[in-house]
Design a protein around this ligand. Structure first.
Ligand code: ADP
Ligand code: MG
Length: 429
């Protein structure tokens, strides 16, 4: 009888199970690794729970009695497991999966009584364990399943009134404990492999992205240079043309619009240059309140600023700070314009300053449309914009300037409620 459940049939079926659910290459690499791991661990386990060659013979001797019942046990096992929605979802996720697993489980049960519990045996057990891991069968079902197997087999063995039952049941129980250890190992190895792979790809992605951005930066810088000078010439020429026209000439407004577009283009090119060729800050002692006031006055004429209400909350005891005023102005202009652009008409844009022992916080908040998590995550990426006329360079420039000042910049946002950008600058810098 043992022969019937011996190697040839088992090998064929295991291959079947493997081919059905795992790509061949990944399987063999993993199984080799697991086979090596398992040989040492399982030898140790066998010694630990005293699973002897006598036990091996005892389990094998049960084969004859249990064989006629194995199919029914496999059926009951699956009936039981399918009552659980979590397991059921996994087993029914792919057509034919349940039937394949059912078949390989029946074979797994039969092979339990093969009498040879060597490295090859455990390697094949691990192979089946990996199918469970790969299809995402939660680990606790394996433990539950193993208990059901035990209960079912024990019932059948009792009913068959096997002679010298106790040592045989004891040996079977030990073997099932080893099987549980083997399954647990499959899960553990797969999880740690998944974690390693996940970490590696995250790092790789960051590197590729950084290289990509560096290239874009270089290209942008040379392009911007090429554009900037002719742009100044064009703008000058158009001004001359416009000024030469009579005051009521209907072509005047057209030329005015051309000039406005040129100014916009010039702004974009300037941002590109600032981003691509950052200048190290030249810090000087300055009064941040004054910088904010100046920026707000400067921005007051902008159409998007006239739509919103602006409030400034200064800090009572603000020390003089060592900052590059021009650069901090740039940060403020970008953040305040972003806030205004996101705001509804009459929406409130608030600039707050407050300090603690170590740093100064400059907070720009609005009650505008906010950002969802996907936008928030990408907001500091150069060229990322959700605006028709955006450059996507405002926030990256802000971050670069703030970081060059030894500070940091964070965004908190809730869709439909508004956004807070918090710039933290070190005191005494
Ligand atoms: P741009 O303003 O040219 O789009 P930014 O780098 O300044 O580029 O901003 C990138 C993106 O971040 C914006 O397009 C917008 O989607 C989002 N964003 C920035 N500030 C805010 C804000 N205060 N409220 C909502 N979304 C914002
Ligand atoms: Mg912007």
């Amino acid at each position: 009888m043992v022969g019937r459940y011996g190697k040839p049939r088992a090998t064929r079926l295991w291959r079947l199970a493997g081919r059905a659910d795992l790509p061949r290459q990944r399987l063999s690499r993993r199984v080799l690794y697991n086979g090596r791991m398992r040989a040492a661990t399982l030898d140790e386990m066998k010694a630990y729970i005293a699973f002897t060659s006598e036990d091996e013979a005892n389990v094998a001797s049960l084969g004859t009695q249990v064989a006629p019942h194995l199919r029914a046990i496999a059926d009951r096992f699956y009936l039981q497991i399918m009552r659980h929605p979590g397991a059921r979802a996994v087993l029914e996720a792919e057509p034919g999966r349940l039937a394949r697993l059912h078949e390989s489980f029946a074979d797994w049960l039969a092979t339990l009584f093969c009498g040879r519990y060597d490295a090859e045996y455990w390697q094949r057990r691990a192979e089946i364990g990996h199918v469970h891991v790969r299809i995402g069968l939660p680990q606790h079902y394996m433990f539950g399943g193993m208990e059901i197997v035990w209960q079912e087999l024990e019932r059948v063995i009792h009913a068959a009134a096997v002679p010298e039952m106790e040592p045989k049941l004891g040996a079977l129980h030990k073997l099932l404990t080893l099987e549980t250890a083997c399954m647990l190992g499959s899960y553990q190895l797969s999880y740690s492999e998944a974690v390693r792979l996940g970490e590696r790809s995250a790092v790789q992605e960051r590197l590729t992205r950084a290289e990509h951005l560096a290239h874009i930066g270089q290209m942008a810088a040379s392009l911007a240079h090429e554009i900037k000078n002719p742009l100044a010439g064009i703008s000058g020429a158009i001004q001359v043309l416009r000024d030469g026209l009579p005051a009521d000439d209907e072509r005047r407004p057209i030329l005015g619009e051309v000039l406005r577009q040129i100014t916009r283009l010039d702004g974009t090119v300037r941002d590109l240059l600032i981003y691509a060729r950052p200048r190290p800050p030249r810090p000087q002692s300055c009064d941040l309140h004054e910088v904010v006031e100046r920026v707000l006055t400067f921005l007051a004429g902008e159409p998007e600023m006239r739509r919103v209400r602006v409030e400034f909350q200064p800090e009572a005891s603000l020390p003089a700070l060592e900052l590059d005023e021009t650069q901090i102005e740039q940060v403020l202009i970008n953040l305040i314009l972003n806030a205004a652009q996101a705001s509804p008409d009459r929406g409130l844009v608030r600039v707050r300053i407050h300090t603690n022992d170590a740093s100064v916080h400059l907070v720009i908040e609005d009650q505008g449309r906010g950002m969802d998590e996907a936008v928030r995550q990408r907001a500091f990426e150069p060229f990322f914009t959700t605006k028709v006329r955006g450059t996507g360079l405002g926030l990256p420039i802000c971050r670069r300037i703030v970081e060059l000042h030894g500070g940091s910049i964070e965004v908190e946002s809730a869709v439909g409620h508004g956004t807070q950008v918090i710039v933290e600058l070190p005191r005494g810098k």
